[in-house]
Write a protein of this length. Sequence first.
Lengths: 836, 221, 365
Amino acid sequence: MNAAVWHALVSGPLRAAPGRSLLAVVAIAIGVALGLAVHLINASAAGEFGRAARQLAGEADLVVQGGRTGFDEQLYPTIAKMAGVVAASPVLEMEAALHGRRDTLKIIGIDALRAYALQPQLAGADNGARNALFDTDAIRLSTSAARALDAAVGSTVTFKVGMKPLPLRVVEIIPDASYRQHLGLMDIAGMQWRFERTGLISRIDLRLASGIDAETFRRQLQTQLPPGVHAVTPQTDSERGLAITRAYRLNLDMLALIALFTGTFMVFSSQVLALLRRRTQIALLRALGVTRGTVLGWLVAEGALLGLIGGLIGLGGGYLLAVQAMALAGADLGADYFRNLNAELIVEPLTLLAFLGLGMAFAIIGATVPAWDAARRQPASELHAHDDDDTLHRPKWIAAGLATMLTGALLSLLPPLGGLPLAGYGAIALLLIGAVLLMPALTGILLSPAKLTSVPALELGLAQLKATPRHVAISVAAILVSFSLVVAMLIMVLSFRQSLDSWLDQVLPADLYLRAAVAGETAVLSPAEQQHIAATAGVASVAFTRFQSLLIHADQPALTLIARDLPGEDVSRTLPLISPPATLLPDSPPALWISEIAAALMDWKTGQTVTLPVGGTARTFTVAGIWRDYSRQNGAAIVSRDLYRSWTRDHSANDAAIRLSPDTTAAAAEQALRAALPANAAIEIVSASTIRKISLGIFDRTFAITWALELAALIVGLFGVSVAFSVQALARRREFGVLRHLGMTRGQISAMLAGEGALTASVGALSGLAVGTVIGIVLIHVINRQSFHWSMELHMPWLQLLVLFTITAACASATAVVSARSVMRSDTVAAVREDW
Amino acid sequence: MLSLSHLHKTYPGPAPRSILQDINLELSPGDYIAIVGDSGCGKSTLLNLIAGLDLPDSGSVKLHNREITGLDDNTRTRMRRRDIGFVFQAFLLLPYLTVLDNAALTLKLNGVTHREAQSKAYAELSAVGLTEAIHRFPGTLSGGESQRVAVARALAHEPKLVLADEPTGNLDADSADVVLRLLRERVKAQRSIGILVTHSSAAAATADRIYRLHHGALHAA
Amino acid sequence: MHRPSRRRLLLAVMAAYCSSGGLASANATQNRSAKAEPGHLLHFPRDHGSHPAFRIEWWYITGWLQDQDARELGFQITFFRARPQLPAGNPSAFNPEQIIIAHAAIADPAQSRLIHSQKAARAVFGLAGASENDTKVWLDNWQLNRRGSGYESRIETPELALNLQMNTTQPLLLQGANGYSRKGPGADAASHYYSVPHLQVSGALRTSGVFREVSGKAWLDHEWSSAYLPETAAGWDWIGINLDDGGALMVFQMRQVNTQQPLWAAAKLREASGNIRVYTADAIRFTALRLWQSPRTGTRYPVAFRVNIGSLEIELQALMDDQENDTRQTTGAVYWEGAVRAFSKGKRIGSGYLELTGYGRPLEL
């Protein structure tokens, strides 16, 4: 009996029309593949990040650390001698600029004899390395760093310190099993000397005597640490690193989930239409005594089967996709978060099962709604009815749709949960679902005023659409869902880009920018070199900048302190302030200009008095204003360089912003500047326009993966349209036959279908435009703000939207025609006499 | 004037089946004939050949002295649109068009303006007694009403030839009588040529002459 | 892989630390190392202290202990000081001008293998160091100090703990010629070397978490050099025995690379009367009586020896066979260093320590 029902209900129709199911399977497969790929890459990156952090911390119970600048090494003996400390390992860490290259290498300076107690892998694996244990000119490279630098044992890697090159000899390649990150290891004494960091360390790893509670000890230790130095557990250390990327990873996960959501929608729409076609069969089975539950069960099982097949294909595809994406864009998918990581794809069976389950669940959900509808009908009336009876039935989902959208709008007002914009994502989901519910009614409303009486083909198409709002609503909703998401992303990304563009204008007022090195902390300009620059012919004025990093809270990433020459000008006019600056009283603490990210992370307001650990001493400032910053995701604060120098006696500088005198060309000035500095200084001199170009390039690269996911969503949406159309075309064979009898040419029927497609797409895309704009605003003001703490201005990219609209409508029309072509090719004439 | 001469049609296949053999028929405007025969005798094939929906292996079909077997599909389609009206067993009204729009459809396909098409269709609908129903959708009509709309649709553009394929097959006897009466009335009124294909002798009896299609050959009954 | 002895290892480490290829230029490096000179006379207490100008130095205590239940144990505490060869001018406070390495081991027959622990650190920030004035050397909480009439040492690790007071009962025994000890036929390899035998030990130790009161006798060597091992030497056999009659005997022989034949040997016996007898290579013969193979490294060690020194014939029997010291984990060295009993004509005449090095694969520098 069950086999017979299965055959009549599922396998028979499946075999008769495998194409429809194929598309549903493909949609689920795409969703699962994207979701799995993004998850695999994210999980691998996060896992590798955690692993790397754990490896570096070794068996440490606590880590004492400061900002990237480091802290006084005298803290090391003090802590090492404390009761309860079994082992203390001092570490100096920096991003070293590579001479003549644009990248950096993270170098870790250790006392191998001390590190041995905590990180046995660091002690050196072979005699060659042991021979060079204290060699001040030797470096050991991780396998991945050696590969990236194309270095082998015996070769030389040249770094840049100050303005001078520093060649180091590679004495060992650390096996991959020990450290997969890009990093180099040196002796701490050699590193302090060669990298001019005498007296500073950046970390002390501690192991505590057994029986000592790490948290109690940590709290007690914290009270004895100077400002800007924090004692944390290795977990806090690695979680803090991951926290930066959490919002980004969630964003990617959400995008991938959207593809799966669209896939569900595909299953739903294809099942709705398929069941409309199979209604007579179902009614017959019901009349023959098959229970409602059995029908429902088998139809849901069919959905599960589609989900299983799609899911399995998706697992394979997702894995391959992840491998490819990792190879192309790296573990952070181009976002530059995990630059030092060399992650391997980690695939856990449980993850695969979860995604397979997710694919099946979504497919079952997609199949259940129409199955329930089909099973619930009275068989008697169904047997004598045909497809068209249902079409004038007006759905009553308007109230539900409005309520859902309203709830979504309210959700978007909620604050972040655990630092993540979960309510914002919920809002987007509800807005979409609400819009889908509204679609049948809205389609009718949008189409009702339309009149196309002069062209019979189009008139027929329009009449068909108006009369079958439920069918149309499914296609319209498929387009709405995918189109609105693409629109939202387009609005968000282009608003972001526009805001970035105008921000770059504001923050790059000078003509030329001279940097000691493209990246890294080791290359700086000495006071003498700064004088040379200022005195160079053609230089009208120059402002130097010194960057430092400050660890303010143990569980937050370090803040960038920007000490900048602020020569008496009105700072509020040179900074992209987002709110009116505070007026400082003569006796208030000095001004501190904080980025809006810093303001959000620290919860600081304009006018507030705050304390920062500058040069190891707690200094008090007044927050003078909050400025927009897109470049430092962990927050930044600007302080007068005069003040900074008087406090720290650090007179070096990283950057110089140079205004040229009117009689100089940029090329001439650049030549003069290079001549003024040491011959092999390998400084970078770039114009504001080049920086702008590079910045926008980075921006575009970062969003490349986003576009890929969006494109996938749009393609899945068009799949949905094509399924809807092809099933309808099949159902309308007889109608085509009649029209042929009545004297419509094939061309006219194609035009009718194209018109229907274009109309459907237009209605879907128009609604998608409206919903997408709302979602785009949520992305800008809720998701981005809560995830990354930066603001941007809404910018409607009308031209791009118009192009996208046209393409979508054209694709939908073409899809409609192509879907119907196979039907048209068959004998539509005979269809009018088909017995039924 | 419809003239069929020496029509042959064989369906190809592993065992070719001869459907029509040497069919000859001449009809003048105002003629209203019936073709009867058993299921599978080739009635539908004959109708398709007459309507230019299918082409004969040999022989000719001339409508008002125009040979249609040599025309391309689009020309035959335009000819069908202008010169032929259809009534089907299953009514086959377009469910998404109102009664009036269904009746006006062929007129519009022939390029008649919306307004004129509607007025002619209205006239035709009133001739079949359905003016009350013009704004209803086909799904709400009874079988007899539906077929009356179909008759109106078939005759609204004043075709030279009306082909009715088992028009009463789905109707009860009373409705069938009404439809057959209206069909004959409208064909005669417009001086069209009417061909009624049926296996009901009662229906056939409403025609001027009756032909029997048997083993591929057409005989006057 | 090489498996030098601890002393040998130290040399290897020193050489490694010092011969870093990046600093080939000699004048870029620190002052040249001091050299052991034959005519140099030792001055105390100054020479109890550290000699940082020499490349290597050690204070090496070995001895026999008895717990409350009269069970016999061996122990060893060593502090090494080494001076890596470094480029001049490094202002870093971490610059490893001196390295302190410390080892401690307990031979307990009940455990059937050595319990040992080791540490190394650069002598910076006062966390490790060695005084130049008197014996005072420390590494974190490990220490060895000369105080009053003897030495005290404290070692504290998860594996073991030693807290020993070692009182001097006899005068210093200057080895070689007035403390100038040659290590080979050539004059290039030599050290300054004195011993303190018959140290009276009392204190406590912990193994496997159990504390025990102990007492016994120990032997201290203090030796410093910049060129210790002859170039052609593979390793050595060394013994230091506290004789039950109050005498003290030190014998060593250097073995040649490949052949393992004697290259150089020397011995000094101070009889109970204080009379000193010096033996040279031709009067010294080591004969292995029994070999023990380490189950871990596969190396065979002669754990029972007959030693002929002039007319004296002594047989040495190990307290336990497995006193192999595996320090590969940190330094890459494996050797045998163990407590031995000394017999003469079948009668026990004393107890001390035997050190066997270079029995693994051929040594390499």
